[in-house]
Design a protein. Structure first.
Length: 286
């Protein structure tokens, strides 16, 4: 538990940041917890590593108390960190930074944030392990697959570059339970609608469908979903993506990624301030 402060200097490190929803979330958390502080956007263009370095040094010196990290720096900051949580080390990316005794720490709260929101939407069904198909094999997919494998799920990862799915599965399968290690299998992108046995959950971890291209979907047009499937789209802008529209037409339960964003933010905030947030009551979904 961190020691209390009179003022929390928090912020987000990434580029570009003009559309970030994180300030509204964290300023709401500060108000809810009755804490004085700020949540600033620190834009660090990838071609200016000195900006990134200066911000990390400010964190180390205690001038900044907590940083979230987003695209394109979730992996880029790793060489500057002194320690990682087991989840961050396995996922190979961080979204939450803080300093302890002059040492820079990194965590990844996307993984527990995803699992929290999956359970918030799909209730007791999501408490038991099933078979998930994850679309995409980038940074967010790594967090999702890590969360699912560690919760005992069987996972299939479909990616347009099969080698990306293969290396994701190989890396994360090794970190999951020893005795009852759940399998992670790569799948060619073209076969995503023909997976057998059919998945119980389909997760979109690609940016397909995100504004400004809301007309696109990672699910092929004209292909039926497995009849018992639930869908989770990490994209939350627009609130009802094309994928979610397809799911609703098919009568399937489906959720967007706003709750995951809120939950990962709340977990980071808790790490920095020690204040626990009732995420589900506090945050309205768009
Ligand atoms: P990323 O690291 O760039 O990975 C994206 C993945 O999607 C890669 O495997 C990429 O394949 C694949 N992809 C991209 N365009 C594709 C297409 N047209 N068809 C098939 N595959 C495609 O990005 P990320 O950080 O994982 O983020 C993915 C999405 O999740 C973004 O929309 C992001 O906003 C969202 N996200 C949401 C939350 C949340 O809290 N809700 C958290 C994190 C991320 P290639 O490498 O071959 O391009």
């Amino acid at each position: 538990m961190p020691s209390p402060r009179t003022f929390y200097a928090l912020g987000l490190l990434g580029y570009p940041l003009s559309h970030s929803r994180s300030p509204e979330l964290h300023r709401g958390f500060l108000r809810h917890c009755g804490l004085a502080g700020e949540y600033r956007l620190y834009e660090a263009p990838p071609e200016r590593p000195e900006t990134l370095r200066a911000l990390l040094e400010a964190l180390r010196r205690g001038e900044i108390h907590g940083l979230n990290v987003t695209i394109p720096h979730k992996q880029r900051v790793l060489p500057w960190l002194d320690a990682l949580t087991p989840a961050a080390a396995a996922i190979g990316a961080v979204n939450t930074l803080w300093a302890e005794n002059g040492r820079l720490w990194g965590d990844n709260t996307d993984a527990p944030g995803f699992l929290h929101d999956l359970r918030a939407h799909f209730g007791v069904w999501a408490e038991r392990p099933h078979h998930a198909l994850v679309l995409g094999a980038g940074g967010a997919a790594r967090a999702v697959v890590y969360a699912l494998l560690h919760a005992g799920w069987r996972v299939t990862v479909a990616a347009r570059r099969l080698a990306q799915a293969q290396s994701l599965c190989a890396a994360l399968e090794a970190t999951a339970g020893q005795a009852t290690r759940p399998p992670c299998r790569p799948l060619p992108w073209a076969q995503r609608a023909a997976l057998a046995p059919p998945p119980d959950l389909i997760v979109n971890a690609t940016p397909v469908g995100m504004a400004p291209h809301p007309e696109s979907s990672p699910w092929p047009a004209g292909e039926a979903f497995p009849s018992q499937a639930r869908l989770y789209d990490l994209v939350y802008n627009p609130a009802e993506t094309r994928l979610l529209q397809q799911a609703h037409v098919a009568g399937l339960p489906a959720a967007n990624g706003w709750g995951m964003l809120a939950a990962q933010a709340a977990l980071a905030f808790q790490r920095w301030t020690g204040c626990t947030l009732p995420v589900d009551n506090l945050l309205q979904k768009p």
